[in-house]
Structure formats: C-alpha cells, structure tokens
Design a protein around this ligand. Structure first.
Ligand code: COS
Length: 380
C-alpha cells in the first residue's frame, strides 16, 4: 500500500491552492451575490489547463487521472463552491460523457477543444418528469437521413446557457424504454435549441442552472455519441465518475469549514478563554476532523480504483452518499461554532452552509445512491 501523492499530484495541489487563494476566495461572496462567475475567471481556469485535468494527454488533457482531478477539485472547492460546480459540470459529466461514450473519431474531434476550455460542456439528462427515474425521459430523437431531429425539454442543467456543447440524452426507441436511449452532442448554435433563464437557488448561486428546450433541432449523425440505444449506459458510467468527483468537492469544502472553525475556536474568547478550550467546541471539532479523514480516505481510494480500471460504481455511490452527508454535518457544526457570526452573510460559513445542501441532491439523490449500493451488495 502506498498512501502518498505523486510529485505531479502535489504540484497540481499547489497550483490549484494558489489559484483558489488569490483568485477565488476574495471574490467568492461577490460570485454568490451576483449569481455569476466572471468570464475571465473561467478563462484563467482554462489557461491553467484545469479543464482537461483527468483526461489523457493524447486528447489534450492533463493526464492526471481521477486522482489528480480530485486533488484539483478539493482545492478549488475550498475557494469557491460555485466555481467548482461549474468545473464539475464541464469536466466530470459534460466532457466525461464524450470520453467514456464517444468513438475514437469523436474523442479526437471534440475533446481537445473541451480540455482547453475553448468549448465549455454540460450534461443534460434530467427532465421535469424524469429526475431520479432517469430512464423516464421523454425527449425524442428521430432519425431522418443523415440527421436526428430532437424535440423535448431538459431541466436543472448546470452550465445551461454558458456551455458550448451539451451531452444530451434522448429516446431513439420509445418501445425499448431505458434500452432505447441515445446520447447526442448538441452544439449551442444549432437552430431550435435554446436555454432558459438561470434559476434562483438556495446555494451555488454563481453556477448557472437552466432548462434547455429542443424544437426540431437537427443533429448530424456524426454527433450521436457511440452507438444508438447505448445512451443510458453512457449516462450511468458518466455519473459513476461524477459522483466520485462530487465527493472530492465535498471534501474540499469540509476542510475549509473545519479550518475556519479551528481558527475561530482559537480566537473567540468567552468566559475568559478561547472557546476552543471548551469541551463542547472540542467535540464538534473532533467530529468534523473525523468526517474529513473518512472523506479523504474514501475519495482517494476510489479515485485510485478508477485509475486502475477497476469497477467502482458501488464505491462512487458510497463516496457521494457519505461525503455529501458529512459536508452538511460539518457545515452545520461550523455555523454552531461561529454562533451568530456563522449565520451572517458577511462570513463565508453561511455561504458554505447553503452551498453544501445541494450535494445531497444532485448527481443522484442520496436515496438513489443507497439504491445503487444496496443493489450491488445484494448481487454478491
Ligand atoms: N454503469 C454501466 N451500466 C449501468 C450502470 C453503471 N453504473 N448502472 C446501470 N447500468 C445499466 C444496467 O446494467 C442496465 O443494463 P442492461 O440493459 O444491460 O440490463 C441498464 O443500465 C438499466 O439499469 P437499471 O435496470 O439499474 O435501471 P433502473 O431504472 O432500475 O435504475 C437508476 C437506474 C435509478 C440507478 C438511475 O436511473 C439513476 O442513477 N437515477 C438517478 C439519476 C441521476 O443521478 N440524476 C442526476 C442528474 S444528472 S447530473
């Protein structure tokens, strides 16, 4: 067993940490207030090569695998959770669907621009009547000559309206249900395609979340990802990766709220001594530190499994379930340790508390993660 990070992984941590400290943390409140990440921040992230981190170098990626990508996400999440969600929407699911589901020709054609951030990506599966029951989508794709005609609506799409390329799931064979879903790459300028208005949300306010509308959108057959009717499996394999990387995002945010709480516990004096000297506070810090340790252990063990090419569906569901619950526990304790200050929008704890809540819902609710885990356990 080897529990040390490679020199390259340490390097990406250092780069990402410096970037988060200098460019993200100082404006994270503004991003939350304005509901927008400045375009130049996304451009800087692209310039640093962060948007291709896990993918092989032959496709223009950073060649860092899931392990290196999780390190990156952890550090970015500490600075600004909205920003890490935008990166996740692009890399973990939008681009990942092309990497996992595309033909060699499609990977050569699309991945370099996606890895360079020249084309921002999004993943469009959810529909108004198909959330947890992802197989119940109604968007259709009907083949006509060398095109597919797409009609339907998607909802709650991260990077909606700002992405250039969308991995979209649509029914090509209604009779076949889940086994009749295909994946397509829809480009933002295709006639008949449009994004709705950004939703107003409890947290991750800087990340755009919109509906998508498809009215007779003509998608060339070359943009069918992989093979017809293989879309559901592409979606599920992509979500395996997405759930693991969400665990890394939760880990970063949990480390940040723990560090802020330790700092506060040392500085805040009550009853004539720093509140960190009080056992009530110590217990909360001890529980937070233990959660962080568990999160870190499972994120990197699962990232290692993924990088070895081992199956990791069950583990990624476990990572997503545990890390999102643990982050919410940590954020709640951080508010409690900060007292009144933790509730005020002036301090970052309040933002992390709001941002954390979505992690138990998106990339599959935690109830769905339990279903995935239980099915795997019962299959043994
Ligand atoms: N990797 C590869 N294939 C997978 C897979 C995975 N992780 N999970 C399921 N599949 C395959 C199954 O093997 C099955 O294949 P066959 O047709 O060869 O039998 C097929 O996909 C259908 O799977 P299943 O029968 O498990 O489908 P269900 O509808 O019962 O359950 C759940 C699917 C509920 C797990 C799925 O709909 C889900 O994850 N829902 C949540 C959606 C979600 O996460 N949304 C978040 C928004 S997108 S960011």
């Amino acid at each position: 067993m080897n529990f040390t990070f490679s020199e390259e992984h340490e390097m990406i941590r250092e780069f990402a940490r410096k970037f988060a400290d200098k460019e993200l943390r100082p404006i994270a409140d503004e991003i939350d207030r304005e509901g927008e990440i400045p375009r130049e921040i996304i451009e800087k992230i692209a310039e640093l090569g962060f948007l291709g981190t896990p993918f092989p170098e032959e496709y223009g990626g950073g060649g860092m695998g899931e392990t290196g990508y999780c390190v990156l996400l952890e550090e970015i999440a500490r600075g600004c959770f909205s920003t890490v969600v935008v990166i996740g929407g692009h890399v973990s699911i939008g681009t990942m669907a092309v990497f996992l589901g595309g033909t060699e020709e499609q990977k050569q054609r699309f991945l370099p621009a996606m890895c360079a951030g020249e084309k921002l990506a999004a993943f469009a599966l959810t529909e108004p009547q198909a959330g947890s029951d992802a197989g119940a989508i109604r968007t259709t794709a009907v083949r006509k000559g060398d095109r597919y005609i797409l009609n339907g609506q998607k909802t709650f799409i991260t990077n909606g309206g700002i992405a250039d390329v969308y991995s979209v799931f649509a029914m090509t064979d209604k009779e076949a249900g889940i086994r009749g879903i295909s994946a397509f790459l829809v480009e933002k300028d295709m006639p008949g395609f449009r994004a709705g208005k950004p939703e107003i949300k409890m947290g991750i306010r800087g990340a755009h979340t919109t509906d998508l509308f498809f009215e007779d959108v003509e998608v060339p057959v070359e943009n069918l990802l992989g093979k017809e009717n293989q879309g559901f499996k592409i979606a599920m394999r992509t979500l395996d990766a997405g759930r693991l990387s969400l665990g890394a995002q939760c880990l970063g945010a949990a480390k940040e709220v723990l560090d802020l709480s330790v700092k506060h516990a040392k500085n805040r004096v009550q009853f004539g001594k720093p509140i960190g000297a009080l056992q009530a506070i110590q217990w909360m810090l001890a529980e937070m530190a233990t959660d962080v340790y568990c999160m870190e252990s499972m994120v990197y063990r699962t990232a290692w499994m993924c990088d070895q090419g081992m199956p990791y569906s069950q583990e990624s569901a476990q990572v997503k379930l545990f890390c999102s619950e643990a982050l919410c526990r940590c954020a709640d304790k951080a508010v409690q340790i900060h007292g009144g200050m933790g509730y005020m929008a002036e301090y970052p704890i309040e933002r992390f508390y709001r941002d954390a809540r979505i992690t138990r819902i998106f990339e599959g609710t935690n109830e769905i993660q339990k279903l995935v885990i239980a099915r795997n356990v019962l299959r043994r």
